[in-house]
Design a protein around this ligand. Structure first.
Ligand code: PMP
Length: 453
C-alpha cells in the first residue's frame, strides 16, 4: 500500500468513503434541492469551481453570519473558508450590512462617484499607502488592468510570474516552469494565444533566475504575492523581497504586489507590515467586506508615467474598466470595511486566534508523528501534508496530496468545520471564537488519530 503524506492509500480511501457516505446521509434536503434545481446550470452548478469541493454534492447554504454558516438541512458549520478570503472579516459584518442597506435605496450603479467613493479613496491611501487608485470588481480584473499599465509605461511585453502562482484568471499568470522552460499550464480552456510571448515563469525564492529573466530586457513587471498563498504556502526567504526590489529597479521593470490574500497579515497588508515598496499594489476579495470589489493603485511615479502615456495615445478603447465597476454599493461597502471593520482591533483578534490555531495544529501533527507542517501569514493558516518548509512552486506541487486532503476535508466538515477547498487553508475572522478554533483543533486531532493510529 503506497504512502501518501505518510498515510497508507487504502486507509485514505476508506476514510473518504466513510465520510462521503456520512455527508450524503446527513443532507437529504441539499441533495433533493440540487436534484430539482441544478439542471439549469452548466454542469449542475452556477460556477464550475463549486464542483471542486470534495464532498459528493455541494452544500446548499441557507445563511451565514460571522464565522458560522448553515446549510438547508439545518447543520451549522464553523466557517474557516470564509469564501476563500472574500469574507475574511466574517459574513455580513454589521457596519457593511448597514452601509449596504443605506445605499440600497439610493441606487445600485451609476458610473459616477458618490461621496462614499471620496472617503474610500482617503481611507485606501491611509491604510495601504499613497497610491493612485482605481476600483475594479474582481482581483482578476484589477491585476489585468494593472498589467496593461505596466506594459504601457515600460513599453515591454512580458510579465514575470512565479511558478505555481495564482492571481485570478489572468492569462499571463497561467504559465508554469517545466524542465527549465516557460510553458502554458495544461488544462486551460480555449487558450489560443502563445502565453510564452507575454509571460515568463521563474521559481519563487530564486533571485538568480529572476535576474536572468530580467536581463532579457523584455520584462515589464514582476507580478507576485508577498507569500505564495496559492501554492500550499511558500514563505519568502529572508532578503528575497529586498533582492526582488533591487533587481527590478536595476533592470527597469516594475514590481506589482498582489495583496488579495495577504491582507491577512494585518492592517495595510504584508506590504505595510514588512515595508515593501511596490510600484503597483492590488487588493481584492475582502477589501469591501464581501461585496465584489478590488482596487489597484499606482505609485506617484508610475501614475505620472501613465498620465504622459495616456495623453499621447490614440483615442479609443483602453482595454481597461468595466461598466459595473466603481459603483456606489462598492464604495459604501469599501468605506464601511476600511473605516469600521478592518481595524487594528479586529486584526489583533485575528492574529491571536490564528496563532492559537497554528499552535494547536502543529501540536497534533507532532504528537501523531505526521510528516506534515503548518504555515501562517497573520490570520491565514495552512497545513501541508508533507515536511516543510517549502521554498517554491515545484516543491509545493510535490507536497500537494489531493486524495488525502479531500478525505480530510470531508472528515472535518462532518465534524462541523468547513475549510477551503483545493488546499488546506483556514482563516480566522474577527468573529471567530476561541471555542470554534478549539473545535477545529480537536476535529483535526481526531482525524489524525484515525489516519495515523
Ligand atoms: N490574486 C490572488 C492572490 C488570488 O488568490 C486570487 C483568487 N484566489 C485573485 C487574485 C483573484 O481574485 P478573484 O477571484 O476575486 O478575481
Amino acid at each position: 500500500d503506497p504512502l501518501i503524506g505518510g498515510v497508507p492509500a487504502g486507509r485514505i480511501a476508506a476514510l473518504a468513503a466513510r465520510e462521503a457516505a456520512a455527508y450524503a446521509a446527513a443532507r437529504p434536503q441539499c441533495h433533493a434541492a440540487l436534484e430539482a434545481g441544478a439542471g439549469a446550470f452548466l454542469g449542475g452548478v452556477p460556477m464550475h469551481w463549486m464542483r471542486d469541493w470534495p464532498q459528493p454534492f455541494a452544500l446548499v447554504v441557507a445563511r451565514a453570519r460571522g464565522a458560522r454558516l448553515w446549510d438547508i438541512d439545518g447543520h451549522g458549520l464553523d466557517d474557516f473558508c470564509l469564501g476563500d478570503t472574500g469574507s475574511m472579516f466574517g459574513h455580513s459584518p454589521a457596519p457593511v450590512a448597514r452601509a449596504i442597506r443605506a445605499q440600497a435605496g439610493r441606487g445600485l450603479t451609476y458610473m459616477l462617484p458618490s461621496q462614499d467613493a471620496l472617503e474610500a479613496g482617503r481611507l485606501l491611501a491611509d491604510r495601504f499607502g499613497p497610491f493612485r487608485w482605481q476600483v475594479a470588481t474582481t482581483a482578476t480584473d484589477a491585476n489585468r488592468f494593472a498589467l496593461r499599465v505596466a506594459r504601457a509605461v515600460t513599453g515591454r511585453p512580458r510579465v514575470l510570474v512565479f511558478n505555481g502562482c495564482y492571481h485570478g484568471t489572468v492569462d499571463e499568470a497561467m504559465v508554469r516552469l517545466h524542465a527549465g522552460r516557460t510553458e502554458a499550464r495544461p488544462g486551460l480552456v480555449g487558450q489560443v494565444a502563445d502565453l510564452t510571448r507575454s509571460a515568463i515563469a521563474c521559481e519563487f525564492n530564486d533571485l538568480a533566475g529572476v535576474e536572468a529573466a530580467l536581463a532579457t530586457g523584455e520584462v515589464a513587471v514582476v507580478l507576485t504575492e508577498p507569500v505564495m498563498t496559492n501554492s500550499c504556502m511558500v514563505l519568502p526567504d529572508p532578503g528575497f523581497h529586498a533582492g526582488l526590489r533591487d533587481l527590478t529597479r536595476r533592470h527597469g521593470a516594475l514590481l506589482l504586489i498582489d495583496e488579495t490574500h495577504t491582507q491577512s497579515s494585518g492592517l495595510g497588508g504584508y506590504t505595510r507590515l514588512h515595508g515593501l515598496e511596490p510600484d503597483i499594489l492590488v487588493v481584492g476579495k475582502c477589501v469591501a467586506g464581501g461585496v465584489p470589489a478590488a482596487v489597484w493603485g499606482l505609485s506617484d511615479e508610475v501614475a505620472a508615467r501613465f498620465a504622459a502615456y495616456d495623453a499621447a495615445r490614440a483615442p479609443g478603447h483602453s482595454g481597461m474598466g468595466t461598466t459595473l465597476s466603481a459603483n456606489p454599493m462598492q464604495f459604501a461597502a469599501l468605506r464601511a470595511t476600511l473605516a469600521e471593520v478592518a481595524t487594528p482591533a479586529a486584526f489583533a483578534v485575528m492574529e491571536a486566534g490564528a496563532a492559537r490555531l497554528h499552535a494547536g495544529l502543529a501540536h497534533a501533527i507532532t504528537s501523531h508523528g505526521a510528516p506534515w507542517h503548518v504555515v501562517r501569514v497573520g490570520a491565514r493558516v495552512e497545513f501541508i501534508c508533507a515536511p516543510g518548509p517549502l521554498r517554491n512552486g515545484t516543491e509545493a506541487e510535490a507536497a500537494h496530496a489531493p486524495a488525502l486532503e479531500a478525505a480530510l476535508h470531508m472528515a472535518l466538515l462532518n465534524r462541523g468545520c468547513l475549510i477551503a477547498p483545493f488546499h488546506n487553508m483556514m482563516l480566522i475572522s474577527p468573529a471567530t471564537t476561541t471555542r470554534q478554533i478549539d473545535r477545529l483543533i480537536a476535529a483535526f486531532a481526531a482525524v489524525l488519530a484515525d489516519l495515523f493510529g
